[in-house]
Design a binder for this molecule. Structure first.
Ligand code: EPU
Length: 421
């Protein structure tokens, strides 16, 4: 198992490109199950969750070639409609195959995702929507078995604008008979990217980018192409890396419209930004970081996937801040580890109260999920001395060799094999 050894205290400087969005790719890839033929996804990030999705689709009979950042996907020979436990337990986004399979083939058998590192993550909304469209759903030996002769359009209301449930329902609705309305749909850019891909495939969708999506089912979809949007969470993580080290970087290939909440919070904290057409320049060389409260919410609010990284930044801010997560109440695995580096944080219910300290000091830390690991790397970059981050396989799930990007900006991070875990 790899670990990172980080020599802290290096200011980040230079230019770095943003990769394609993990959470967009994980929705775009299973959409090919809705059609037969060769589709192409551009700007796909080479990271482990994408490789897990490739495995999952391959064992269903889909043929996939990965050339640089281009995925060429041939969905002609699909012969299995099953997502096995071994893959779903590795990656919850495997649930995205459920909607397309049941809609196109009238049958899907998908392992029920269990809890995750920071608590329960139910999928009741995914199942409710499919049932409303006429699928029968049974739970047999840990597997969801969904069956239907043909899905029918339905009026669906989500109590919570779930990203995954919106994506699954949207895919399912494209081949249903009649019109589906998804009310209180997620408006995340990754869902918009998926909707645009489905439109390229011939789906009839209106309201894209809003919280009411209307889908008029069609008889069949054709293969298509799409450019994956840039990863707003990778972009935010790199910006915080520059801010926490008092660096000066230019981020290229970002979409500033997806980053509004993160960029505003960085500016509020006293960091200077200049934004121009996908290029974001951040200069924190002369900034004193001010404490800024953050409450996560659905897009365009501050993303829960940046909460851990924001807490890392606030550890070294001047003053006290409250960071509240309203999406995942228990997503604070990074806090005890940040405290090992010298941070002063108390978590009460879903709020972390962070009292800024003068410095963090390197130590061995470990984490249990992707964004928590990212926050530990950020803290390690700013800490005095050496920080070892164990279990970086969590990071590899969602960042494309982040240490190479950070090192290209002057960080000193070594990836080494380790027997510790
Ligand atoms: N929820 C329900 N019932 C459901 C579905 C969701 O109660 O059927 C609740 C969840 O428990 C949570 C909230 O709704 O409190 C939002 O969950 P959502 O369904 O939107 O999350 P998701 O689709 O499972 C995606 C991202 C996550 C990201 C969340 C929130 C992917 C593959 N994953 O998950 O990304 O945190 O949206 O924005 O798109 C990450 O990248 O680190 C990550 C965890």
């Amino acid at each position: 198992m790899d670990k990172f050894i980080i020599q802290g205290g290096k200011k980040l400087e230079g230019t770095v490109n943003v990769s394609g969005a993990k959470n967009a790719s994980l929705a775009l890839m299973p959409a090919v199950l809705l059609t037969s033929g060769i589709s192409k996804l551009y700007n796909t990030p080479r990271l482990n969750d994408v490789f897990t999705m490739i495995k999952l689709l391959t064992q269903m009979g889909v043929k996939i070639e990965f050339n640089n950042e281009e995925l060429i996907i041939d969905s002609t020979g699909i012969f299995s409609y099953e997502a096995p436990y071994e893959l779903v337990k590795k990656m919850r986004a495997s649930i995205y195959v459920l909607g397309p399979l049941v809609s196109r083939y009238g049958y899907a058998k998908v392992s029920l995702p269990g809890g995750c590192a920071w608590g329960p993550r139910p999928i009741n909304l995914h199942l409710m929507a499919l049932e409303r469209m006429g699928a029968s759903i049974e739970l047999v030996q840990g597997y969801i078995i969904a069956k239907t002769r043909k899905l029918n359009g339905a009026k669906i209301n989500f109590d919570i604008p779930s990203v995954g449930a919106t994506g699954n329902t949207l895919m399912a609705a494209t081949l249903a008979k009649g019109t589906t309305i998804i009310n209180n749909a997620a408006c995340e850019p990754e869902i918009t990217n998926l909707a645009n891909f489905l439109v390229n495939m011939g789906a009839k969708i209106s309201g894209i980018g809003t919280s009411i999506l209307e889908v008029e089912g069609v008889d069949e979809l054709k293969p298509a192409e799409i450019e994956t949007i840039p990863d707003r969470i990778e972009a935010g993580t790199l910006l915080v890396a520059a801010a926490i080290t008092k660096g000066n970087i230019e981020l290229k290939g970002a979409n500033e419209n997806h980053l509004y909440s993160i960029l505003s919070k960085l500016e509020e904290s006293g960091i200077s930004l200049s934004i121009n057409n996908g290029s974001i320049k951040l200069d924190a060389r002369n900034s004193e970081i001010k404490s800024v409260n953050v409450t996560t919410s659905v897009f365009p609010g501050f993303p829960t996937d940046m909460q851990a990284q924001w807490i890392a930044l606030m550890c070294l801010a001047n003053g006290t801040s409250n960071v509240t997560d309203t999406i995942y109440y228990d997503r604070f695995n990074h806090v005890p580890e940040l405290i090992r580096l010298g941070a002063d944080i108390v978590v009460n219910e879903n709020t972390a109260r962070v009292v800024g300290v003068k410095k963090l000091t390197g130590a061995k830390v470990m984490s249990t999920d992707l964004r928590a690991s990212a926050s530990l790397v950020l803290a390690g970059l700013a800490a005095e001395g050496v920080t070892e981050v164990l279990r970086v396989y969590h990071l590899d799930r969602g960042y494309q060799r982040i240490e190479e990007k950070l090192n290209s900006l002057g960080a000193e991070i070594q990836r080494v094999q380790s027997s510790e875990y």
